[in-house]
Every structure is written in structure tokens, then in C-alpha cells.
Design a protein around this ligand. Structure first.
Ligand code: BTN
Length: 241
């Protein structure tokens, strides 16, 4: 697929910017990427804030035009997580995707992905926001309330966020293309291999609900299958530890 990038010095949120454009009736070509050198209102999953110092990390959102239904959204996030993990692995950073929307190095988060489905007057698509910690320092990482890391911390080398985005293109093209043609089935093998292994103990928190068990696999749309004492449970959302 063809990607076109629009860089902005300062924006509230790249996800919000793309969504607003669509809701205002603008036609957005699939593959358009809005990237910001600084985000003033970056958002993460469950309405958390996404903090990123100006000119430091990669903050961007990709628009994928698709009529895919809501339950197909999580597996697009997973496709993008595979693309990011693959790029980091090629740079000798031992990153792995984590269900449902993160890329981690060990227990530390290096990238978060936020996908949102939008629809307006017959135009439907998914906005996929990527927050990849590129040049975040250890001091900045320590100020975040959850364990975090960056390409700089892991690889000892600074990178230009714009070059990182361009280096992602072939991987995004491959994994988003796989998702477009085969949905989660096209990702299942690689995802399970990288985010597994099957049988690993897991604890899933969703609001006040907490479930423990072992990883039994992933369903047809990328939902997590948890083997618990009470049987097999299907988990569509939550934080896994
Ligand atoms: C998460 O881990 O909760 C998802 C974080 C997603 C952050 C990115 S940064 C670019 C895009 N714009 C946003 O406001 N959020 C996403």
C-alpha cells in the first residue's frame, strides 16, 4: 500500500486530527499518515494520557480505509505491533508484541498502539495511532508511571523519528496487507510465536474484573483465549500481566 506522510510541528493528538477530518466530511486516502513532532493531548488506551517530550519520539496515526467491522479492529492493532516489533528486532532490540496493543522489551513498554474505528456518511476506516519511544532517556522513562524504555535506551543510539517511520513502511505494508487479505488468520502463526508461548501463566485485568489462567491461544479475531480453572474464557479487552 502507498503511505503519504503529513508532518506537523505541534498537534493535540494525531488520532484525534484524523478522526476530526473524517467527521468533517473530508475524504481521506487510505495510507495517509499524520505525524507530529509534538503532541499536546496524546491519548492512550482507556483514556489514559500518552506523554512524549517534543522532538523525541515517534507519534503518528495511519488511516486505513476499510469497511471491516468493529471486532476486526484489535487484530489490525496486532498487525501494526508485529510491524514495529519486526523493525526493532532488525535493529537488535529484543522487542516482542504483547496482547492487545503493546510492544515490550522484557517487561518495559517501548510502543503503544491505539486503534479507533471511524465512520461518517459512508466513509469508514480505522485510525491506528503509534507511539514509539525513540529517543526517550532513562530519566524520562523513570518519570512514567509504568515501566518504559526506548530505542535509545535499548540500542544506545539516537534515531531520527522521521527515519524510523520510513523504515517502518515495508513492515507496515506487509503486515497491514496480510490483515487486509486474511484478517487475524494471516497473523496468527507469527503472533502466537512472538506473543506466546501457549501455556504461559497470565493474569487479565479489565476494570474491576481479574482473571487468572494460562494462555490457550487466540481466537478468529485475535481475542485472547484464557484457560482458567472454570474452563476456557474469551477475553476481548484488558491489561495482561
Ligand atoms: C497505549 O498504549 O495506550 C496506546 C498509546 C498510543 C499513543 C499514540 S501517539 C500517536 C497517536 N496519537 C494519540 O493521541 N495516541 C496515539
Amino acid at each position: 500500500m502507498e503511505f503519504n506522510i503529513e508532518w506537523h510541528d505541534r498537534l493535540g493528538s494525531t488520532n484525534a486530527c484524523l478522526k476530526e477530518r473524517l467527521l468533517q466530511g473530508f475524504e481521506i486516502p487510505s495510507g495517509l499518515i499524520i505525524a507530529a513532532r509534538e503532541q499536546t493531548a496524546g491519548r492512550g488506551r482507556s483514556d489514559r494520557r500518552w506523554l512524549s517530550a517534543p522532538d523525541t519520539n515517534l507519534c503518528c496515526s495511519i488511516y486505513i480505509g476499510t469497511a471491516a467491522e468493529l471486532r476486526a479492529v484489535p487484530s489490525l492493532t496486532m498487525a501494526v505491533a508485529l510491524a514495529v516489533a519486526e523493525l526493532l528486532n532488525a535493529l537488535d532490540i529484543a522487542a516482542a508484541p504483547k496482547w492487545p496493543n503493546d510492544v515490550l522489551v522484557g517487561e518495559k513498554k517501548i510502543c503503544g498502539i491505539l486503534s479507533e474505528r471511524v465512520e461518517h456518511r459512508g466513509n469508514a476506516g480505522i485510525v491506528v495511532g503509534i507511539g514509539l519511544n525513540v529517543n526517550m532517556t532513562s530519566e524520562e522513562a523513570a518519570a512514567i508511571d509504568r515501566p518504559a524504555t526506548s530505542m535509545l535506551i535499548e540500542g544506545g543510539q539516537a534515531h531520527e523519528p522521521a527515519s524510523v517511520l520510513e523504515a517502518l513502511f515495508p513492515r507496515l505494508d506487509h503486515w497491514i496487507g496480510a490483515w487486509q487479505s486474511g484478517g487475524f488468520s494471516a497473523l496468527r502463526e507469527t503472533w502466537t510465536q512472538k506473543a506466546g508461548p501457549i501455556g504461559k501463566p497470565l493474569c487479565v485485568h479489565d476494570g474491576s474484573i481479574k482473571k487468572s489462567g494460562t494462555l490457550a491461544g487466540f481466537g478468529d479475531h485475535g481475542e485472547l483465549l484464557l484457560q482458567t480453572e472454570c474452563g476456557l474464557e474469551t477475553i476481548w479487552s484488558g491489561d495482561v500481566s
